[in-house]
Design a protein around this ligand. Sequence first.
Ligand SMILES: Nc1nc2c(c(=O)[nH]1)N[C@H]1C(S)=C(S)[C@@H](COP(=O)(O)OP(=O)(O)OC[C@H]3O[C@@H](n4cnc5c(=O)[nH]c(N)nc54)[C@H](O)[C@@H]3O)O[C@H]1N2
Ligand SMILES: Nc1nc2c(c(=O)[nH]1)N[C@H]1C(S)=C(S)[C@@H](COP(=O)(O)OP(=O)(O)OC[C@H]3O[C@@H](n4cnc5c(=O)[nH]c(N)nc54)[C@H](O)[C@@H]3O)O[C@H]1N2
Ligand SMILES: [Mo]
Length: 815
Amino acid sequence: MAKTNGLSRRSFLGTTAVASLGALFGPSLLGSGVARAANGEVLTGSHWGAFRATVKDGRWTSVRGWEHDPYPSSQLEGVMDSVYSPTRIKYPMVRRAYLEGGPGASPETRGMDDFVRVSWDKALDLVANEIKRVQKEHGPEGLFGGSYGWFSPGKLHNARTLGRRMLNGSGGFVSHIGDYSTAASQVIMPHVMGTLEVYEQQTAWPVVVENTDILVIWGADPYVTNQIGWVIPDHGGYKGMEDFKKTGKRVICIDPIKTDTCKYFDAELISPKPQTDVAMMLGMAHTLQSEGLSDTDFLENYTTGFDKFLPYLMGETDGQPKSAEWASEICGIEAKLIKQLARDFKENRTMLSSGWSMQRMHHGEQAHWMLVTLACMLGQIGLPGGGFGLSYHYANGGSPSASGPKVSGISDGGRQESKWASSKPSKAATALPVSRLVEALENPGGEFDFNGKRQIFPDVRLVYWSGGNPFMHHQDRNGMLKAWEKVETFIVNDFQWTATARHADIVLPATTTYERNDISMYGDYSANAIIAMKKVVEPMYEARNDFDIFAEISERLGSREFFDEGKDEMAWIRQFYKTAYDQADSSGIDMPDFDAFWEKGHVLYPITDEGKNYVRYGDFREDPLLEPLGTPSGLIEIYSRNIEKMGYDDCPPHPMWMEPFERLDGPDAKFPLHVTTSHPKHRLHSQLCGTKLREKYTVADREPCLINPADAKARDIVDGDVVRVFNDRGQCLAGAVVTDDIRKGVIRVCEGAWYDPVKTPMGKLCSYGDINNLTDNRSTSKLAQGNCGHTAIADVEKFKGDVPAVTVFNTPVNG
Ligand SMILES: Nc1nc2c(c(=O)[nH]1)N[C@H]1C(S)=C(S)[C@@H](COP(=O)(O)OP(=O)(O)OC[C@H]3O[C@@H](n4cnc5c(=O)[nH]c(N)nc54)[C@H](O)[C@@H]3O)O[C@H]1N2
Ligand SMILES: Nc1nc2c(c(=O)[nH]1)N[C@H]1C(S)=C(S)[C@@H](COP(=O)(O)OP(=O)(O)OC[C@H]3O[C@@H](n4cnc5c(=O)[nH]c(N)nc54)[C@H](O)[C@@H]3O)O[C@H]1N2
Ligand SMILES: [Mo]
């Protein structure tokens, strides 16, 4: 898509002027919602892409994708709207009960109390004094500062790292390990493949387009999820998909839902029962083996432990061959089709690409382990366009890489040994597997397993969150709320009144990405540009940058020098650029100096031939001895001795079908429908939920609930009805979308809808559609301790009685 660059030098001058005025006077003088008059277009970046923002009289008025972006996200309109959303937090706020009663005051009324506006000084004093108190009384284990979440992609204004830096400079804190995205796979894959696998570059799209005969998209919706990047996405995955589509080659989607991706490719759709993919893969593996189609050469030369897996596959260990017929009973796909797919995959160059939903489930470790095992039996790993890929759907995996240098970013400062040593020593874990915080609150001092280690839960009293939304992202909202009562003080930095902010004791208003200057890479995998993330408008209301908030707190804790090293925003940005500039210099790449870069707004690197021709595991295939994997054996581990040694009852040493604690039609299933909690097309989790993008998708003012016509009819539900989705853990309302796009027996309510609790005659429920009211806090297994966001069964009914209003998009009282 050719676009012209309509940017004049003049408009850049205009925006630079705004930036430097901001730097001179700071937010206090230019804030209060009155941005300096600026006319022109600013290039900046976000999780949704790079874009040009038009500013008129200090107000951001329109947005368009960067001309180098082949596929700008349709969410950009919402990004602009988020700055002006009525959900913005305007001032520092303290929960009244907390302000009056201090730490631990009536924790059970969090989320219901009103807030009191306080001055920045008062708020920062409260925060600093409380950090001091908790660190003194309880040591580092008393304070959780992990702050998981999708904060801004800028290298400086990284709310999570800045928060940790502030805490590292004082008496220490408990952090977290892993993430909600790939918790199970990122722990099992290093045992199997020697790498994280989920965050690695994929065989490049041009190679796939040329060589792949069958593209399998297994439990993924790349057309939707590639909109987003951890840094600024380049959207090269869309170009790859477009080119593949043009070849007319076969695409198969294995998904309970006819996804946008499936529709885009006009792909064959195979819809197994959710959570049964491992059984289906075993059925294919059994077919390959019994029909003499397994690639014995590949298994022999590149893998270890197939001999230990085989007796399980053939039923010699448990009397149950994992035949296609056996699999069919579990997954609901005809045995004939399972067998035919196995043969087709063998006969054709097949790319088994998989998303991550299948590992965000109970026993999620097994899914990708079994996918790898199947790929080994097919023997195409390391061949152009063959094998498996776990990141084609994320951040545009497979978008060919450039080889330019990368900018660095702010660090968390590491442990300040002198400060940490002076605080109370503790035997508790210094970092929790990220989704285990609630368990830690429930069971302080209790033991838990994690990837071969036995550890102790810390006794957390204070939780500080900046850059994430745990009252959206964590499972089992009601259980979580109960556990949270143990928290004496809950501090949140955010720019909007999320459920997390509403449940906090102290709320500090942060700026959005677009109200400050920053720098970042373009393309998570391609890394083909550096973008100057210029400030678009001045901070609204009393919002401050997280950097300045933490610097002020550090000042009060006596560690400001450590925190900011005496540098301001632009000095840090210059420093990050310099790391790239210096590398470029030594590798002979021509890069502009900082001022020229800042004025132009970006540096683009050319994509290399190496990048375009990249084949994942090509080197390993060529020479497994010279290019061994990072596993103990140097080979792909179908059987892991390390996992065997751990002896976990919920994670055996080779992949196995294991019943999740609940599933559709599973043994003792208490509810008749599976709930899938996909990532939303028009949001990034909960981000942009408070914007006008809602007009595009809400039904009866609520989050949509996809339901099959047969399931709807049986419940007398019609399109547009307000429905109640419920199970034993919780309930929420949603708006019914009756559609053949979803398999019978499955409903979909996307994650990320804002939690809006109300009391009704039916009990407490979320009136907007936060599906984590229905999910479960249990972990995937002792190995990875990942979250099970996609394991939930429930029922649905038409909502009777007075429909409660949705209030979560208004600011709270006094907010
Ligand atoms: N049931 C179920 N649950 C799930 C999932 C699922 O599939 N099913 N998916 C899981 C996954 S994969 C993930 S990654 C998580 C996502 O969980 P989160 O990353 O917590 O979700 P976001 O909605 O992106 O929340 C980011 C928050 O950071 C704030 N923020 C953004 N920029 C800044 C900033 O500069 N400063 C400050 N202070 N705040 C900022 C935003 O306003 C927002 O409130 O959810 C998980 N939860
Ligand atoms: N637009 C948008 N893009 C995003 C995000 C977002 O919030 N919005 N979030 C980003 C983040 S943080 C992450 S981690 C990734 C998430 O990427 P994924 O984890 O891959 O995304 P999900 O939406 O959870 O699931 C993908 C697909 O799996 C299907 N599925 C669910 N259960 C099963 C099952 O049991 N078997 C099979 N075969 N399929 C199943 C769903 O119907 C869905 O189409 O997306 C990233 N991209
Ligand atoms: Mo994620």
